[in-house]
Design a protein around this ligand. Structure first.
Ligand code: ACO
Length: 436
């Protein structure tokens, strides 16, 4: 695989003084070239300014590639459609982490490692009772995942590759257990232990929905749908939560603390919370007759209302995950005899109307992955407060892959952004008696 290599230079000139500085232009294997500005402060005394990282590549990565204009998403080179169709979540997690799909032997060992790490320390279970029952499950997840570092002391040394590997499969293995426990705790139901006879997604459903009082049979169609939903959410390059994990880990923080930081970031409404918002919007619309008014409001520049599940910072084309999610939604609702769900009718008509509206066409606003996710999860019996938790379970695969990539760098650098300071200049301390 070609490595990014310095090949060309770009000259930056100060138009006032005429001073100029040569900077390297570097190419990756795909995607836009970057200007390597690292020598700039040394050469010129200048910093670059880019709040929100709109035009900044924060790291070099070999994991995931997104082309927002073409609507392409590749994990280690494999298109998301291919993976969703032919792979499993555990296989995709291995791919993200190790760089290649596992062969049969590797797959068996990997699956064994995950399966035999799904239990959590019994003492950790006591943490849950410290939370209020009405706590948001993302708040609970942030706490219990952060607490893992207090339990698994043999996997917190990020300098040791063996400990790093252990931390990665522990996190992937334990996330569904912890997530299902958060769900059960909120509902006052007993926790369900993992079952090693079930695959990853089926076990997750079992821990979410089974009760000890009676046998629970996992619907294989729903288990496969859950597995695909996990695949679709597994990674998305340097988004806010992944960048948070990387920044946290750059200081040498332990892996569990880094993933807890990722969960905190994902919980924000601008990141992981949109699937819940889509469901609220569809519920409020109630019937297709209300769609034209919603479209009118979404187009009104003076109205803050937006079509939730439409638009994306990177995708200016159909989000490839949204297309797959729409298929999964129809499959799940069909399986559960909910094909006539009025909210599905609203969603389908809303999508059609928006996609043929000049406003949405011109602004390149297409459905994103969240548009059909909420409807699907709701049909599966998952409450809206758990939607983002489910996203966190899936995204743990990406987070640990990025954490591992960064922790394995030969010359690690702590993440330390600079700033454009606009506060007061130096001034003398004013004693209280002299303050106005
Ligand atoms: N409905 C109506 N108009 C919209 C929408 C929308 N959903 N999204 C963007 N626009 C308009 C904006 O008003 C803006 O119009 P203008 O050019 O007249 O100012 C233009 O399209 C560009 O939108 P921006 O907000 O500048 O684009 P940005 O990249 O900053 O925002 C975002 C992307 C936040 C996703 C936005 O499209 C949005 O709010 N969508 C709805 C929420 C949503 O579905 N979020 C989930 C994203 S996917 C994910 O996180 C997994």
């Amino acid at each position: 695989m070609p490595q990014s290599s310095p090949s060309r230079t770009v000259t930056l000139t100060d138009d006032t003084t005429g001073e100029s500085w040569k900077l390297e232009r570097r190419s990756g294997t795909m995607g836009p070239d970057v200007i390597d500005v690292r020598p700039l402060p040394r050469l010129s005394g200048l910093l670059t300014f880019d709040p929100g990282f709109i035009s900044t590549g924060s790291c070099e990565s070999k994991i995931t590639f997104v082309d927002g204009d073409q609507g392409i998403l590749l994990h280690r080179g494999y298109p998301i459609d291919d993976l969703a169709e032919n792979s499993t979540f555990l296989e995709v997690a291995y791919l993200l982490l190790m760089g290649d799909l596992p062969n049969a032997e590797q797959s068996t060992a990997w699956t064994h490692n995950i399966t035999y790490n799904t239990l959590v320390h019994e003492q950790l279970i006591k943490f849950y009772s410290g939370f209020r029952r009405d706590a948001h499950p993302m708040a609970v997840m942030c706490g219990v995942v952060g607490a893992l570092s207090a339990f698994y002391h043999d996997s917190i040394n990020m300098q040791d590759p063996a400990q790093r590997a252990k931390a990665c499969y522990r996190l992937i293995a334990k996330m569904p257990t912890l997530a299902a426990m958060a769900h059960k705790y909120a509902h006052g139901q007993p926790f369900m232990y993992p079952l090693n006879s079930l695959n990853y997604a089926a076990n997750f459903l079992q821990m979410l929905f089974a009760v000890p009082a009676e046998p629970y049979e996992v619907n294989p169609i729903l288990a496969r749908a859950m597995d695909k939903i996990l695949i679709l959410h597994a990674d998305h390059e340097q988004n806010a939560s992944t960048s948070t994990v990387r920044l946290a880990s750059s200081s040498g923080a332990n892996p569990f603390a880094c993933i807890a930081a990722g969960i905190a970031s994902l919980g924000g409404p601008a990141h992981g919370g949109a699937n819940e918002a889509v469901l609220k919007m569809l519920t409020a619309l109630e019937v297709p007759a209300n769609i034209p008014e919603a479209i009118r409001r979404a187009k009104d520049p003076n109205d803050p209302f937006r079509l939730m599940g439409f638009g994306h910072r990177v995708y200016k084309n159909y989000d490839p995950r949204a297309r797959i999610m729409r298929r999964i939604c129809h499959e799940v609702l069909g399986t559960l005899n909910l094909a006539n769900d009025p909210l599905l009718q609203v969603a389908v008509e809303l999508e059609q109307i928006a996609l043929s509206d000049p406003y949405f066409i011109e602004k390149k606003l297409y459905p994103n992955v969240d548009f059909y996710t909420g409807l699907t999860l709701r049909a599966m019996g998952i409450p809206p407060s758990m939607f983002t938790v489910l996203f966190a379970v899936a995204r743990t695969a990406g987070w640990v892959a990025h954490w591992q990539e960064q922790s394995s760098e030969s010359k690690p650098k702590i993440g330390r952004p600079r700033q454009l300071y606009t506060g007061p200049t130096a001034r003398s301390f004013v004693p209280m008696a002299q303050r106005g």
